[in-house]
Design a binder for this molecule. Structure first.
Ligand SMILES: [Zn+2]
Length: 282
């Protein structure tokens, strides 16, 4: 999970989203607004809605590879995900910064899970509405406790600061933030809620590693053979459009510890400054 590129919406689209958000806030009271957020989001987030077509087009540009999920970087992203769940935060149902494109296997289990740090606590407070039974009237809902969010946010946070990918062995993420800090609690919570080490993600990352390394080797070989700059730029851009950009970020970060990477980065030190490109879309 990398920090997504910061792209904006067209002014007309942004204004329309603001209008949708205002509609959510028309009913009085929190419970009514939660219901309204759900109703309006399923109404407007449709194939024929021009605003959401544009929203999805920009979210697609932000994805890695061929529209890969902003969380796991592996599966196709096909759901407009509310990072702060709209069920808890109806006031964010139509807020652009609260959207990313996610896949079903990430979005499903995350669902409405969210947590905050209340006050100065280093322990997450889990937030959830009581489950309502179909036979009973809908309960009156309480606003969630206020506090800083625990889940790492791909629109705001560079998760690689606190989560490290083990590219030497398991291809699983491990928490690298200092123990007993809020950063460590955020990294651990994010890993668990999104299931970022679930099968087959480590296998997919190991394959991505092999792919990146092969492309870097090809770049080094052509550079050595005197290929023109335009050809080398093509090779660079092709490498940077591959999915699993976190794997590439970690290859740069840990190249000195990996015997098969060290000589390649020594031959092409410029590659240490190559950052993932937004994907080819699709
Ligand atoms: Zn995913």
């Amino acid at each position: 999970m990398i920090l997504l590129p910061r792209l904006g919406l067209d002014a007309k689209v942004a204004k329309k989203l603001e209008e949708y958000q205002q509609e959510v806030l028309i009913p009085r009271g929190y419970t009514a607004r939660v219901a309204e957020a759900k109703r309006l989001f399923s109404r407007y987030n449709s194939k024929n809605n021009a605003t959401f077509k544009s929203v999805k087009a920009v979210l697609t540009q932000m994805c890695s590879g061929a529209r890969r999920c902003s969380y796991c970087e592996d599966s196709v992203a096909d759901e407009v995900e509310h990072i702060w769940p709209k069920d808890l935060y109806p006031e964010r149902a139509f807020v652009w910064d609260n959207y990313c494109y996610a896949c079903g296997p990430c979005n499903g289990p995350k669902n409405n899970q969210f947590a905050v740090f209340v006050g100065t606590s280093r322990n997450p407070t889990l937030l959830a509405h009581p489950k309502s039974k179909k036979s009973q009237p809908a309960p009156t809902l309480k606003k969630p406790a206020s506090g800083k969010p625990v889940l790492l946010d791909p629109r705001q946070d560079d998760a690689t600061r606190w989560l490290t990918l083990d590219i030497l062995n398991t291809f699983q993420f491990v928490v690298s933030a200092k123990d007993k800090t809020r950063d460590a609690a955020r990294a651990k919570y994010t890993l668990e809620v999104l299931g970022l080490n679930r099968a087959p993600l480590p296998t997919a990352r190991a394959q991505a590693f092999d792919g990146y390394r092969a492309r870097l080797r090809e770049y080094c070989e052509e550079k050595r053979a005197g290929a023109p700059a335009s050809r080398l730029e093509l090779l660079r851009d092709a490498l940077l459009r591959v999915s699993h950009p976190t794997v590439w970020v970690e290859m740069k970060r840990h190249h000195e510890k990996v015997p098969t990477l060290k000589p390649l980065f020594a031959e092409a030190p410029e590659a240490l400054f190559w950052n993932p490109l937004p994907g080819a879309g699709g």
